[in-house]
Design a protein around this ligand. Structure first.
Ligand code: SF4
Length: 363
């Protein structure tokens, strides 16, 4: 049995024809799933009984078997989602003013072992399917207190290594018949997976690209991000430049400041040169501590100094605040291991963590 959310509308129409049903019925099912938030085929009360039987006999509607929710003091919410095969992934809802962002996972585990990321501590298991990617959005949307406006593919896994499923999920999420989130509100983040960046040049939707840079020369970057040994900086930056030339879309360079590793004036000068070369912009991120990882964060004053060095060189730069660190939901902390209940010193006043089991049904 296939998951029905693996299908685009044209694909589902074709499948319905094969099963002896007209294409417009597929449109009705799509409407139930994506516009009315249908959780069971039985709810779809404008469909003939015979079609409901065909649906239950041929397709599965939901890809998670259960979920847990962890709510941060700052309003972020982490969802630990159990897939049908028992594997788990995490998604994070991050409200910030009018912007309500969902951070989505794309793989179970990750192959790339980036030094500042808890997801890299989990061995790679498999790619998520299209339905598993979309279900993160549909599920969290039902639980979240406000409408999701933006999606970032920055959760567990390297999105561009799961290129086909990620881009197909984006097509459905972006489509008029689907959740209809504008492509310009969707960001794909990559650790520098060169074959994926090359493919993305020809992706016809106006999604954003963000490169996890974190270091400005090969020797330094390869230590933090082993992927750099396979895809060196020069080649990645050349491909990013091609991407910009071809698409006209500005690339964001993500830069996590690590104490004593990449936080000097020389680092800032090299980062400025790279950013100007790409006509990009910089997101400066604090390092969110993970007990198993060796790095330490740069203090607020140090982050501001680094940003000032960049600004003095006319680099567009944003200093991002850490969100959801008290429930291990912040950038680099996702590890799908009930970590919302682990204790840590987030540097903020202590909070009482709240978690709740969410019923199995209708996930
Ligand atoms: S930063 Fe991305 S690519 Fe690197 S280990 Fe984490 S999830 Fe994997």
């Amino acid at each position: 049995m296939r998951l029905i959310k693996d299908y685009t509308l044209p694909e589902l129409k074709e499948d319905f024809k094969r099963l002896g049903w007209p294409g417009y019925r597929a449109g009705q099912v799509f409407h139930w799933i994506y516009k009315k938030g249908g959780r069971e085929f039985a709810e779809m009360d404008n469909l003939p009984k015979a079609l409901l039987q065909v649906l239950t006999g041929n397709y599965k509607l939901n890809s998670f078997s259960n979920a847990r929710e962890f709510i941060s003091q700052d309003g972020s919410r982490k969802y630990l989602l159990k897939l049908a095969d028992g594997n788990q992934v995490e998604s994070v809802f991050i409200p910030a003013g009018v912007r309500k962002t969902l951070c989505v996972s794309t793989q179970v585990g990750c192959k790339f072992s980036c030094g500042m990321c808890a997801s890299g501590l989990k061995s790679y298991v498999r790619n998520l399917t299209v339905a598993e990617i979309i279900d993160q959005l549909l599920y969290v949307q039902r639980q979240a207190p406000a409408k999701i406006t933006n999606i970032v593919f920055m959760g567990m896994g390297e999105p561009l290594e799961n290129y086909e499923n990620v881009t197909k999920a984006i097509r459905i999420i972006n489509s008029e018949e689907g959740p209809e989130i504008a492509a310009r509100r969707i960001t794909i983040s990559t650790a520098g997976y060169l074959p994926g960046i090359k493919k993305l040049i020809d992706f016809d939707l106006q999604t954003n690209l963000s490169l996890s840079l974190h270091a400005t020369i090969d020797k330094q970057r390869a230590r933090i991000m082993p992927i750099n040994k396979k895809y060196p900086l020069k080649e990645v930056l050349k491909t990013c430049s091609d991407y910009f030339q071809h698409t006209g879309r500005i690339i964001t360079l993500e830069y996590i400041l690590l104490k004593g590793v990449n936080d000097t004036l020389i680092d800032a000068q090299r980062l400025a040169a790279i950013t100007h070369g790409l006509k990009g912009k910089v997101n400066l991120l604090p390092f969110n501590p993970v007990p198993e990882l060796p790095y330490q964060p740069v203090k607020k004053a140090g982050r501001e100094q680094f940003a000032a060095w960049l600004k003095s060189r006319k680099v567009p730069v944003t200093i991002r605040k850490s969100r959801g660190a008290d429930i291990f939901a912040a950038c680099g902390q996702l590890a799908a291991n009930n970590s919302g209940q682990r204790s840590q010193d987030s540097g903020e006043s202590s909070v009482e963590r709240k978690s709740q089991e969410i019923q199995d049904s209708g996930v």
